[in-house]
Every structure is written in structure tokens, then in C-alpha cells.
Ligand binder design. Structure first.
Ligand code: SF4
Ligand code: SF4
Length: 556
């Protein structure tokens, strides 16, 4: 096993960490339960072969994961590993809940202490709760009592929120979602490196994107077969994460002994900065193709389950996503038809409902770390698989999303133009921007923004102000011919346009003319800026290009 430094902690941790949320299950009296013997065998085999980092959480496997891990760690195994679990933020309502949950978890795990205790799934809202209930103080108290050794958090939100959390406290570790497809979403590579720069250990979850990166399309299989280095798809995904020098542990939710063995072998072959440029180019090609083939970014984490109406949310999303991969609609429709379609059927098929059973109660929305608009996407799944409509017309195949982002106040430096959209020539504005931006200090070059602003006065004339710019951390030495602007914090619906730019007009027409008017929760925020976000995923003429469209929204 290869070992790595755990941030500023004086620990050597195995490159592979065991995620205890995807154990093999079996039906007992009609209920899906963990195959305990299998799980315990896998855990002990992993420890015997050098894995010394285990990650569990209160809700995993209907609150049974910690119990099973506790059993597996008897007979001297506990002392051989670093054990990590998490405070269930979704269940905490008052400060006293901290001690209540930690004590229950220690009991379930049959241990006196956990090596790191995490705030589970921090985002903008749950971080507010951490501050309001003074929960970091509770962490420190527990540490002083020896019940926890380190303090950290797992995370699902944007880079801005990640940075705010990192800057707030001297954390021991942060756990983020990061893989070769998603390195630009949530905390992003920038966030990973920011944490590492502060001496905070980074543990990566979802390196294989909930298993998706282990099941390639034919096109991706062909790419892999042509590579001189022979690896499985899962191994390529894992090696990409291990290649980054900032990553301490790569977590894999392992569900079979075969997976444990394969992952251990991968970890034994891992290294920092060991992938060649050829390897990285291949991974980049794979990423482009995977992104195109994943309409709904569900990672099958199951946090949204159970649904009060019995909808098996991830299974419905899986069927739809697979449709693009296997391109056999009849087969997917047949699988969709095996799900329950009524309350009557749910009596014998608990939590196995199809998308049509969603009553849009919204209960699942806050639970989804991928910020998927679950009821809206379920409706589309049913149109395609239940009512057999064309996927391209239902999903606007060139469009993914929306996800929802709370963007903090930001400053830009760029060039602008005021006038009518239809007479504007982008071919003159972009080169001017590219010529001048090189002189601007403190710029973030990971992406460029094309911002559209409409004021009341401009609207009356049918005009807008168009700014092509970079975000800057500080406004200084703005060259002649450039402007600077500051935009306030704002909530956005973010759509990703996939493919060539000539679909841009149709995409905006859909968002403004269809999605917004029919959305039960949000209106467009009047006079707030909307913008296009161009980063390295964008390529002018590629069918696989990606461009994010940020639409400012407010609650109805
Ligand atoms: S919105 Fe639909 S899918 Fe979500 S919890 Fe409610 S009924 Fe279930
Ligand atoms: S819809 Fe969201 S919460 Fe539910 S399984 Fe998928 S990613 Fe997880």
C-alpha cells in the first residue's frame, strides 16, 4: 500500500480510503439490508492489506453502517486504522444535538474516540447553522475530552462557499467531491489547492462519480483500448485523483470483495505526478465524452431517499442517463415499466416507484448535494421513458441543469459595449479584451465571463451593456480602454450548454421563454446581471464543448 501525509496532521494514511456507504445488500423479509458478513470480510481484508483510513456517517445504510463498521473493528482492528464519521447536519436543530449524536455514534462504532469528526455535507445553509449553534466550540470540547482527534467537514457547494469555510477555522481536513469529470464543479481544483495551501488535508470522495466512470460508453472503451497503458476505466479515474500532489486519501465506496482487491491494486500502483502528458490527454478526452453522456448529474448517493411518495429517485435518473450510453430506448422503457406506477403497486414494491409518482412536494430538494432540481428532472424522465417522447425535445439535449449557485459579491476587469444585441459584433469585443487583459494584475484566468446587464433605461431603448471580463481579487492598475465593475451576491440557476455555440440563441429562448415561466419556485431577478462562463471545457467548434449560463433568480 502507498501512504501519504494527512495535511498538517502527523499521520501516514493509505492512499485508498474505504467509504462505508455502498456495502453489498440483500433482501431479508422484503427489506433491503446490508450483507453483514460480506461487509465485515471486506473491511478486514482491506485492513490486512494496508488500508488504514475508514469513512462512515450516521445515515449511511439506514443508520446501520456505523454499527457494521463497529463490529468489523473488533478483535484488534480498531487500533490499526484512522476512523472517520460525521455529524448529521440535516438532523441537528440545537447545540445539545452535537453531544447526543456523537455519543450515539461512538456507541455504535464501539470505540472511545473517532480520529476525525466531520460536519456532514456543509453548504452555505448548513454552515450558517454551524456558526449559529456554535458547533465548532462543541467540536473543540469533544477534542479536549479525547472523543475526537481531528476536526473537519465534508462539502457540497460552490468554490466561494468552500473558501469561506476554509478561511473560518483552522480545520484538520476537508472532504470534497473531485474527479476527472467534476474537477471544475463544487469546491473545484482551485478549492482543493487553496485548502492544501493552508495545510488542511484534502480527502476526495466520488473519485469514480458514484461508479459512473467505471462503466464507459463504447466510444470511451475504444479510447481506452487504444491507450498504450492498459488500465480499467475505474483505475484511470482513481489514478487521475492520486496524481494530484494535494490529495491525501481517495475514498472509494466499495461493495464487493473484487472491488476491494482491484482498488488496493490500483492504490499500490498510484503515485504523485506520475501520469504522463499522453495519459492526461486521454483522460481529458474521456472527460469530454462522459460529460456529454450524463444528462442528470446524479451520483447515486441516496441522500434523497426515501421519498414520501415512494419514488426511487436515483434509479429513475440512472435509467435515463443509461439511455444515452446504451442507446437502446426499448430496453430502458422495459426497465422503467418494472417500477411501481401506483400506491397499490408500492405496497409490494416499497420505494421502487417510477417518476410519475412524484407529487412535487419538494422534500428531496435540500437533501441533494448535486443540487439537482429533482421534481423537474423526474417529470422529464417520465416524458421520455413513460410517455415515449423524444429525449432531444424533452431534455433539449444540448442542455444540462440547472444547478443552483449562490455566488458571492465579485469584481471584474474587462471591456464593455452598450447597444443593441442584434447589431453587436462579438468578434471585435473579444480580441480587444484578449489584447488588454494580459496587463491586468490579480486576475483569475481559470475562466472568462461575458456579462449582460439591462437597466430600466437600457431596456426602454432595447439595449443592453455587454462586458467581457476576468474576475479579479483586487482592482489595481486598470489599463486604459478597460472598465471595472463590482456585482453583489446573487443566486443563479446555472445551465450548461453542450455542443456548438450556434445553439446559444435557442438555449436562451428555452430558459427565458419556457423554463422560467413554468418554474414554480423562481422568477428571474430583475436587472441583475446574467452571464456566460467560459473555461477550459469550452471549445468554439467542438460538439463536446461546454459553456455555463448563469441566470439570476429570486424566490417567487
Ligand atoms: S418532490 Fe417528488 S421526488 Fe422529491 S420527495 Fe417529493 S414526491 Fe419525492
Ligand atoms: S438525486 Fe441527488 S441526492 Fe438523490 S441520489 Fe442523486 S445525487 Fe444523491
Amino acid at each position: 500500500m502507498k501512504y501519504r501525509q494527512m495535511g498538517s496532521l502527523d499521520w501516514e494514511v493509505s492512499a485508498l480510503g474505504f467509504g462505508c456507504m455502498r456495502f453489498l445488500t440483500k433482501k431479508v423479509n422484503g427489506n433491503e439490508v446490508v450483507d453483514e458478513e460480506n461487509a465485515i470480510n471486506m473491511i478486514r481484508y482491506a485492513i490486512d492489506n494496508g488500508v488504514n483510513y475508514f469513512d462512515t456517517a450516521f445515515p449511511y445504510h439506514s443508520e446501520m453502517s456505523e454499527v457494521i463498521v463497529g463490529k468489523a473493528l473488533q478483535d484488534g482492528y480498531r487500533e490499526k486504522i484512522k476512523l472517520v464519521t460525521k455529524l448529521p447536519m440535516g438532523r441537528v436543530t440545537k447545540t445539545e444535538d452535537f453531544d447526543k449524536f456523537l455519543n450515539i455514534q461512538l456507541k455504535k462504532l464501539q470505540t472511545e474516540y473517532v480520529d476525525i469528526y466531520l460536519f456532514h455535507g456543509l453548504n452555505k445553509q448548513t454552515f450558517k447553522l454551524v456558526k449559529k449553534l456554535d458547533l465548532i466550540k462543541k467540536m473543540e470540547e469533544a477534542k479536549a475530552k479525547g472523543k475526537i482527534k481531528g476536526i473537519g467537514f465534508s462539502f457540497h457547494d460552490s468554490f466561494d462557499v468552500f473558501k469561506e469555510i476554509i478561511d473560518y477555522y483552522n480545520w484538520d481536513m476537508s472532504q470534497i467531491q473531485w474527479n476527472f469529470v467534476d474537477h471544475n464543479t463544487q469546491a473545484t481544483t482551485k478549492g482543493l489547492e487553496y485548502a492544501v495551501g493552508k495545510g488542511i488535508a484534502v480527502v476526495v470522495m466520488e473519485p469514480i462519480k458514484g461508479g459512473k466512470l467505471a462503466t464507459p460508453t463504447k466510444e470511451i472503451e475504444e479510447l481506452i483500448e487504444r491507450a498504450p497503458e492498459k488500465r480499467t476505466p475505474a483505475d484511470w479515474a482513481l489514478q487521475y485523483v492520486w496524481n494530484h500532489p494535494g490529495v491525501s486519501v481517495v475514498l472509494s465506496g466499495m461493495g464487493s470483495m473484487q472491488m476491494v482487491k482491484e482498488n488496493i491494486e490500483s492504490a499500490n500502483n498510484s503515485g504523485i505526478n506520475t501520469l504522463s502528458q499522453e495519459d492526461l490527454d486521454l483522460i481529458s478526452d474521456m472527460a469530454i465524452r462522459y460529460r456529454k453522456k450524463s444528462i442528470i448529474p446524479c451520483t447515486f448517493c441516496l441522500y434523497c431517499q426515501p421519498c414520501p411518495s415512494g419514488v426511487n429517485i436515483p434509479q429513475n435518473f440512472r435509467l435515463l442517463n443509461e439511455l444515452l450510453w446504451i442507446e437502446n430506448k426499448e430496453e430502458q422503457i422495459a426497465k422503467y415499466n418494472t417500477l411501481a406506477t401506483s400506491e397499490e403497486e408500492l405496497k409490494t414494491m416499497e420505494d421502487e416507484g417510477n417518476a410519475s409518482l412524484c407529487i412535487k412536494c419538494g422534500e428531496c430538494l435540500e437533501k441533494c448535494p448535486q443540487m439537482i432540481d429533482i421534481p423537474t428532472e423526474l417529470e422529464k424522465v417520465h416524458l421520455v421513458l413513460g410517455e415515449k417522447q423524444e429525449i432531444s425535445s424533452v431534455f433539449k439535449l444540448f442542455l444540462r441543469g440547472p444547478s443552483f449557485v449562490d455566488k458571492e459579491k465579485f469584481q471584474v476587469v474587462g471591456v464593455d459595449d452598450i447597444g443593441k444585441r442584434e447589431t453587436r459584433n462579438p468578434a471585435t469585443i473579444w480580441p480587444k479584451f484578449q489584447g488588454l487583459i494580459t496587463k491586468v494584475p490579480h486576475k483569475d484566468q481559470s475562466h472568462a465571463l461575458a456579462i449582460s446587464i439591462i437597466t430600466k433605461e437600457l431596456a426602454e431603448k432595447g439595449e443592453n451593456r455587454f462586458i467581457v471580463c476576468n474576475e479579479v481579487s483586487k482592482v489595481e492598475d486598470v489599463p486604459e480602454g478597460m472598465i471595472t465593475e463590482t456585482f453583489p451576491a446573487q443566486k443563479y440557476a446555472v445551465f450548461t450548454l453542450i455542443g456548438k455555440l450556434n445553439n446559444l440563441g435557442e438555449t436562451y429562448r428555452y430558459i427565458i421563454g419556457d423554463w422560467l415561466p413554468n418554474n414554480p419556485n423562481y422568477d428571474r431577478s430583475p436587472f441583475a446581471p446574467e452571464f456566460e462562463w467560459y473555461d477550459q471545457r469550452f471549445s468554439l467548434k467542438s460538439d463536446y464543448s461546454e459553456l455555463d449560463l448563469y441566470i439570476p433568480i429570486q424566490e417567487k
